[in-house]
Design a protein around this ligand. Structure first.
Ligand code: G3P
Ligand code: CA
Length: 253
């Protein structure tokens, strides 16, 4: 219950605000990222795509349909068109007028204040997106608090080759339950993190990643056993919409 949640301490497990603190503000917007920072998350996680005119845009889906008042693919829209959309109203009237932000704007506001996880969505849809991310990041001297991640393993292998200073995370699909130690050894040769949905990982997998000096982040939309399982498996961090699990949050119960 809520009272028990109030006592939850993460004791060294990192807390990552998934698409920002996306239970409290529209996902992947400035408001959600600011809320994640306020709640004391260790990292903000965001997703990126490429607009028609080659600008890195923060949004989860490849279309604007679900989270804005517009319709269409990000890759078919210019930055100017995307900036005209309302990315807040669907979440709640209080967020009306919230704009889509670019990766450049995100880095401008949050770099240096908190760790940042940048997920490259569908890299095959955007040839050259890895190089574009590198160009933006090269403006910053210290990349130690930045992680680049993707479900696309080959894109992350390429990213590591392009920018060896930045930490890489590979996101696993449900087939991860069949991961061999050989595959884990290969992935940890370039990725610092191997990340799983909590529903398809287990202690053996987490132990294997640790054996190869990798780290593990887990994510979940709503799994009431997330914290208990995370302790049991010994993960390094939790990617959650709730950030620090504030007490008495009815959404979590
Ligand atoms: O960081 C893990 C998580 O973000 C992957 O799933 O669909 O929310 O991007 P998704
Ligand atoms: Ca993501």
């Amino acid at each position: 219950n809520g009272q028990r949640l109030q006592q939850v301490e993460l004791n060294g497990i990192m807390s990552i605000a998934h698409r920002g603190a996306s239970s409290y503000a529209p996902e992947n917007t400035r408001s959600a990222f600011r809320k994640g920072l306020d709640l004391g998350a260790d990292f903000l996680e965001c997703d990126v795509h490429l607009s028609k005119d080659g600008v890195l845009i923060i949004m989860h889906d490849e279309t604007v349909d679900r989270t804005t008042d517009g319709k269409g693919f990000i890759k078919d829209m210019t930055l100017e068109e995307l900036k005209r959309l309302d990315a807040g109203r669907k979440f709640g009237d209080a967020f009306e007028g919230e704009k889509i932000i670019t990766l450049d704007e995100f880095l401008d506001e949050f770099y240096g204040k908190i760790g940042l996880i940048i997920e490259i969505k569908k890299p095959k849809l955007y040839p050259g997106i890895e190089e574009q991310v590198v160009t933006l990041l090269e403006k910053y001297d210290d990349l130690s608090n930045i992680i680049i991640q993707s479900f696309d393993v080959e894109s992350m292998r390429k990213m590591h080759a392009l920018l060896p200073d930045v930490q890489i995370a590979v996101l696993m699909k449900p087939s991860a339950l069949l991961l061999s130690t050989k595959k884990i050894e290969d992935l940890t040769s370039f990725a610092t993190y191997i990340n799983f949905n909590i529903s398809y990982t287990n202690k053996w997998l987490v132990d294997q990643v640790h054996k190869y000096d990798g780290k593990v982040l887990v994510w979940s939309k709503k799994d009431h056993l997330l914290i208990a399982k995370s302790y049991q498996y010994g993960v390094d961090g939790i990617i959650t919409d709730f950030s620090k699990w504030p007490a008495n949050d009815p959404n979590l119960l």
